[in-house]
Design a protein around this ligand. Sequence first.
Ligand SMILES: *Cc1c(COP(=O)(O)O)cnc(C)c1O
Length: 394
Amino acid sequence: MMNGSGIGRSGRPGPTMPGVSDPVSQRPTRIRVDLDAISHNLREIRDRVGVPVMAIVKANAYGHGLLPVARHLQAQGADQLGVAFVEEGIALREAGVTVPILVLGGMFGPQVAQYIGHDLEITVSSLAKLRQVESAAEALGRKAVVHLKIDTGMERIGVHSYSCGPFIEAACRSRWCTIKGIYSHLACADDPDSPMTAQQLERFLDACAHFERIGAPMPMRHIANSGGVLHHPGSWLDMVRPGIALYGVLPEPAARRTLDLKPALSLLSQVVYFKVVKAGNPVSYGATWAPTQDSRVVTIPIGYGDGWPRALSSRGAVLIHGQRHPMVGRVCMDQFMVDLGPDGTAFNEDEVVLIGRQNGEAISVEDVAVAAGTIPYEILTGLNERIPRLYQGG
Ligand SMILES: *Cc1c(COP(=O)(O)O)cnc(C)c1O
């Protein structure tokens, strides 16, 4: 097991004093990442789609820890990695990750030298940005590797598909850009029945056809996120870009489980306090909840300061001894309370599962997202650096 890390951390346990164990990795609250589940999901996706996979590791690898996950994916043969920001790409390069890395987010002119210097592939999303890339690449005397971003309906970054001709032509003429890819992003792919996906795909293929019209070689075409991988085989094209599915989580609680995906992340803690709360005496800030009869209440040492959502106040649940118990009262910054009822038992240090399995019972990220009124992505990426990550498998 090793201590986890995010951007700017080494991914290895820090130095500890002889005879004194590292207090961070000893924290009773921890995230356990099953690297074998991630390899399984990668294999499952790759076997299904039959094209290269760009594994998305932005936002601290969806909370799983950027460097350990990226190193593992590289070792497992992921063809390419994708991140959101240039800083994430630089952190990967500085940690010795060598596979191709595309930065998906919008690029700023002053960053181009950083991209090229760290051998990061650039998303070029406008003619103006193409010019910025060209002039920086020329000044450095080194070609930039770029993917052209086409907007087919997301109305985020990218050149509108209906007016992308001049943009594609300018990129093809550029002496300082190697066009490795052309891509777009699906807005509704997690909904298997949305007509938007077929429409976006048609617009994208029409934009790609521009290369043929001008007699230029076709770069890699990619548009499928996890929703596309799960529900829309027509979107797989020359490469897929799954994020959340790699971690074994569905993009939407209602999405279909068309692949055998294994959740990689567990969030665990331990009971730190036990007390009996008398009937009618309210629990936590704002006094929003009180037991109707004398009730056994335990305190768990994790709160919204760790990214455990306050929206779960009196709505979430945890597992203790394989049984589901409700979270009661408001979630505090560093702690929350759980009602065991009039007869429940739990002792200090007993394991508490917030996400994961215990004695055949399970709480999924999807369950937590529904209880908190949000999506699984926000739950995973919200779990912050205050929680140590421990890795198994791999
Ligand atoms: C985040 C992201 C993905 C991955 O999305 P998932 O829904 O997690 O699979 C793919 N492509 C782009 C451009 C993204 O920003």
